[in-house]
Write a protein that binds this ligand. Structure first.
Ligand SMILES: Cc1cc2nc3c(=O)[nH]c(=O)nc-3n(C[C@H](O)[C@H](O)[C@H](O)COP(=O)(O)OP(=O)(O)OC[C@H]3O[C@@H](n4cnc5c(N)ncnc54)[C@H](O)[C@@H]3O)c2cc1C
Ligand code: SF4
Length: 485
């Protein structure tokens, strides 16, 4: 423990962000680093508890509490306090392949499990992780470290999201020769074409890919396995194949007028927004811009929030976000105690920005769309909203309907699993949740030497889980390769 009395002396200093009204002027990250002094104080708040719940991804009431990666949080907090950046970074890297991503986008389940948050405010664990990572980058500690020996074994990874990148990184470091096949024109999966630039600058993803390339990983872009790259070809050429292709099948809504022009899936919209930033020469008509539009976002989750932040930056005229569930309380309920994941109301950056620009929180709860009304050109112009009753059926409440004007609708209602084409290509049967099934607590699929990990195996989840899955899958593949003749 850096300073035994730290948690008594210092209070939690919140992460600093640019004011909402300023940051919406561009698509850059708006996080501001704390001063050296504050970083040290915040690290000093860690008590190095006897049982650090923060670092154990343990399941309570069906939800994980603490860091799914088992990050050695008290240890690196101590190093940060003593300004031992190199030690802190290597301790962090020991369990986390990509702290440059998690320290930006992780919802930090570790902080809900921090002992300080039992009676007060949690240690700023995610911010401390970011301080270590930024300092390490500045010191040149994150440069390429290619493996010294090569085993001669070749592995194909399908998909370059955080799960695929982790598998590739781990297996490459063990000396195997890894090729990552990606159907898009850039690597990163949802890190690149899902999470918006203001949350994770794309140059951070691109820099990391460059390091992985320097370490020997090959990336094949515009390579859709099952389409222009045949499964048979991979099976012949590679000793093992890891499917890390995400759970990108979007969940649709079935209402009258759904076919209207201007109604898009959230990820298609977010991808188009990122592409337009990365390739400004793209034809205007290929981009779904929210400029001057009245935007309706269906889905109250993080993806919906990302749509709001993006639409505001594009100059939307108004935004409204529908959430089918009731509003959550501001504080933990009695039946949701520490160290469980806290089921409380969170106001994310996009919602904060909408309130700053339009004067009110964009969310309406226990509400859904009953119908879209289209004009003579087939463009969406109005939506009929209705209040709903309780889960799981959410019946429409008669007489609660109201009509609103809309020009753009973004469906952020979640995902229904892996796209069936990839399963078909490898002769795999998807499970009831449309995930690729593997053996219990393992990554081997029903086909020999074909493994699966990340969202494609566990369903839509988080970056931190994709990294954990990638780490464990890599270990299993490595063991399988050792037993191969
Ligand atoms: C809009 C949005 C915002 C999110 N924000 C956050 C956040 O802030 N924090 C967080 O922790 N999580 C967030 N998530 C969830 C997180 O991004 C995912 O859980 C994570 O990216 C899953 O990683 P993955 O590697 O399993 O899959 P993905 O990231 O989906 O990557 C799969 C990759 O496989 C490729 N692929 C698929 N099929 C093929 C094929 N046949 N051939 C070749 N390539 C193929 C895809 O193109 C893609 O690049 C967000 C998700 C969305 C949709
Ligand atoms: S990866 Fe996420 S859960 Fe783990 S220590 Fe970092 S912020 Fe916390």
């Amino acid at each position: 423990m850096g300073k035994p009395t730290g948690f008594l002396e210092y209070t939690r200093k919140q992460v600093k962000y640019k004011p909402a009204i300023e940051r919406i002027k561009d698509f850059h990250e708006f996080h501001e680093m704390q001063s050296e002094e504050v970083q040290k104080e915040q690290a000093a708040r860690c008590m190095d508890c006897g049982v650090p719940f923060c670092q154990s991804g343990t399941v309570f009431q069906g939800m994980v509490s603490g860091c799914p990666l088992g990050n050695l949080i008290p240890e690196w907090n101590d190093f940060l306090y003593h300004n031992m950046v190199e030690q802190a970074f290597y301790r962090l890297k020991k369990t986390n392949n990509f702290p440059e991503f998690t320290s930006r986008v992780c919802p930090a389940p570790c902080e809900y499990a921090c002992t300080c948050s039992l009676n007060g405010e949690a240690v700023t664990i995610k911010e401390n992780e970011r301080s270590i990572t930024e300092k390490a980058y500045a010191l040149g500690l994150a440069k390429a470290r290619p493996p010294i020996l090569r085993t001669g074994k070749k592995i194909a990874v399908v998909g370059s999201g955080p799960a695929g990148l982790t598998v590739a990184d781990r297996l490459n470091q063990k000396g195997h020769s890894v090729t990552v096949f990606e159907r898009e024109d850039r690597a990163g999966g949802l890190l690149m074409y899902g999470i918006p630039n203001m949350k994770l600058e794309k140059k951070i993803v691109e820099e990391k890919i460059k390091v992985l390339e320097e370490e020997g990983i090959l990336f094949a872009y515009d390579s859709e396995v099952g389409k222009n790259i045949k499964a048979k070809q991979l099976k012949e050429e590679f000793a093992a194949i890891v499917l890390a292709c995400g759970a990108s099948e979007p969940r649709d809504i079935s209402v009258k007028g759904r076919e209207g022009k201007g109604i898009h899936f959230a990820v298609d919209y977010l991808k188009s927004a990122t592409k337009s930033l990365l390739d400004p020469s793209l034809a205007k008509e290929t981009i779904f811009s929210a400029q001057n539009k009245r935007v309706l976002v269906i889905g109250g989750g993080d993806t919906g929030n990302d749509c709001i932040g993006t639409a505001i930056r594009q100059g939307a005229k108004s935004v409204l976000q529908l959430e089918i569930m009731p509003e959550l309380p501001e504080q933990r309920r009695k039946n949701n105690p520490w160290p469980e994941w806290a089921k409380i109301k969170k106001t994310d950056y996009g919602q904060e920005e909408a309130a700053a620009v339009f004067g009110e929180d964009p969310r309406v709860y226990e509400t859904t769309v009953k119908e879209f009304l289209l004009n003579e050109k087939g463009e969406v112009k109005k939506a009929i909203l209705a209040k709903v009753g309780q889960a799981p059926l959410f019946p429409l409440i008669e007489g609660s309907e109201r009509e609103i004007d809309v020009d753009m609708v973004l469906i952020a209602a979640g995902f229904s699993g892996t796209q069936s084409a990839i399963a078909k290509a490898f002769d795999l049967t998807l499970d009831q949740r449309n995930n690729i099934p593997t053996q219990l607590n393992r990554f081997q699929t029903e086909q020999k030497n074909i493994f699966a990990c990340g969202d494609t195996r566990r369903g839509q989840s988080l970056v931190v889980w994709a990294i954990r899955e990638g780490r464990e899958a890599a270990e299993e593949v490595h063991q399988a390769l050792l037993n191969m003749h």
